[in-house]
Ligand binder design. Structure first.
Ligand code: HEM
Ligand code: ZN
Length: 181
């Protein structure tokens, strides 16, 4: 897992709980003097250990923490990669471009990133069916990222996530509905 993901996690935890909490989490779950460099790879077990501890501290399910982080992560990634963001005219074009535009760009910028397989079908003007697969099973992070993208474009959405790797399904299916008033 790339350091940039941990950099945004640090930003969120420091902002919401303070530097001491972040330092305590680092001491508990990572090797001594851990410093995350954005382009370098770190064990994803560190991310899961920190997120699991936060879930225990807040007394909420892990998936809720992962989703909240995903939502925060979107603006963290978008502000660090403004170039790729200019390629999209709005929410739908961004979601349709996750796999073939955004993550293709990520593959050029980073050495061996660990990316999911995502494919999207535009069912009609207000429904997108997104299929997610990854050995890391970070579908709740994907859900949060999509809510973050919706927030970025001020687009109201709902997501149905009934087919899920965490329920033994082979892939996750996220049915995204755009709400227009
Ligand atoms: C990793 C989905 C937008 C850059 C990931 C992961 C997910 C994901 C779920 C975790 C890895 C996994 O599941 O195997 C999405 C979705 C997006 C989105 C749903 C939009 C709604 C972006 C944007 C950028 C970006 C805008 C920045 C240009 C990355 C990077 C990683 C990543 C750098 C980490 C790779 C690694 O740790 O090796 N993405 N992403 N993503 N994504 Fe995206
Ligand atoms: Zn899922």
């Amino acid at each position: 897992m790339k350091g940039i993901i941990f950099n945004v996690l640090e930003e969120m935890i420091v902002e919401q709980a303070g530097m001491e909490v972040w330092n305590t989490l680092l001491e508990k779950h990572t090797p001594q003097n851990r410093v995350y460099v954005s382009a370098k790879n770190y064990p994803e077990t560190e991310l899961f250990a920190i997120a699991t501890d936060v879930a225990v501290l807040l007394n909420v399910p892990l998936q809720q923490v992962v989703k909240a982080f995903g939502q925060y992560l979107f603006s963290g990634l978008a502000t660090r990669h403004t170039g790729v963001m200019t390629r999209f005219s709005g929410f739908t074009s961004l979601v349709m471009g996750i796999h073939n535009v955004i993550h293709v760009e990520v593959n050029k910028l980073y050495h061996e990133p660990a990316l999911p397989t995502i494919s999207c079908v535009l069912v009609n003007n207000h429904n997108i069916e997104l299929t997610y697969h990854s050995p890391r099973k970070l579908c709740f992070c994907a859900e949060g990222l999509i809510f973050g993208a919706a927030e970025h474009y001020q687009q109201a959405i709902t997501i149905k996530h009934d087919v899920c790797m965490h329920h033994g399904d082979e892939k996750c299916i996220l049915n995204i509905e755009l709400i227009n008033d």
